[in-house]
Design a protein around this ligand. Structure first.
Ligand SMILES: Cc1cc2nc3c(=O)[nH]c(=O)nc-3n(C[C@H](O)[C@H](O)[C@H](O)COP(=O)(O)O)c2cc1C
Length: 181
């Protein structure tokens, strides 16, 4: 099974990038994760879409269309979804062009240095995915709080977090299988 991974942070030293890469390694027995960058996507503009998706958008949507699942690992900005991620989802879940999120199994995870960070952004991300017809894994919810204490030198160092990621990885893989034809 092929999963596309999207990180909601473009930062080089992103905690969320570490988590997505950790999941990529942990999932090697269940599915492959190809992490795609959303930083080069133009700002969504219906005029651009009308003229045919720009090539970078076309490539991004094609990767999603080919995938069996979508993994999103994202921070929370000002109690909401990072704009760069919402922009990517607006392109992917187009109501006027091809919607590549429809019926796509998806999982959302978030990491933050704060204690309860990403709960609010995850609600928004899941709401958007559901509006686009994606099948969002309902449980378990994974909020990696105090992430700066659980992540170091580009790896997840906290054993409890690693076992949570292993568990959710297995559940996501079973979730995807429910929708394979
Ligand atoms: C503009 C901005 C707004 C933020 N708002 C929140 C927030 O609402 N909740 C939260 O838990 N962290 C918030 N943070 C802190 C981020 O969780 C923290 O910077 C985190 O490391 C970003 O994720 P990354 O390491 O993957 O880039 C905010 C950071 C920025 C830059």
């Amino acid at each position: 099974m092929k999963v596309i991974g999207i990180c909601g942070s473009l930062r080089n030293n992103s905690l969320n990038k570490v988590v997505i890469n950790e999941l990529k390694e942990l999932s090697s027995d269940t599915f492959t994760v190809e992490v795609v960058s959303i930083g080069d996507l133009p700002l969504f503009n219906g005029d651009l879409e009308e003229g045919g998706d720009p090539s970078v958008v076309h490539r991004f949507k094609d990767q999603l269309a080919q995938a069996d699942g979508l993994l999103i690992v994202s921070p929370e900005y000002s109690h909401g979804v990072p704009g760069v991620l919402k922009n990517a989802l607006d392109w992917a879940g187009s109501m006027t062009n091809v919607n590549v999120l429809d019926k796509k199994p998806a999982m959302v995870i978030g990491a933050s240095p704060s204690a309860v960070g990403t709960a609010l952004s995850q609600v928004q991300i899941k709401q958007t995915l559901s509006a686009c017809g994606a099948y969002v894994l309902p449980q378990p919810e994974v909020f990696i709080g105090t992430a700066h204490e659980r992540i170091g030198d580009g790896r997840v160092t906290d054993e409890d977090t690693i076992s949570i990621l292993k568990d959710v990885n297995l559940k996501f893989s079973n979730w995807i299988k429910r929708f394979l034809h």
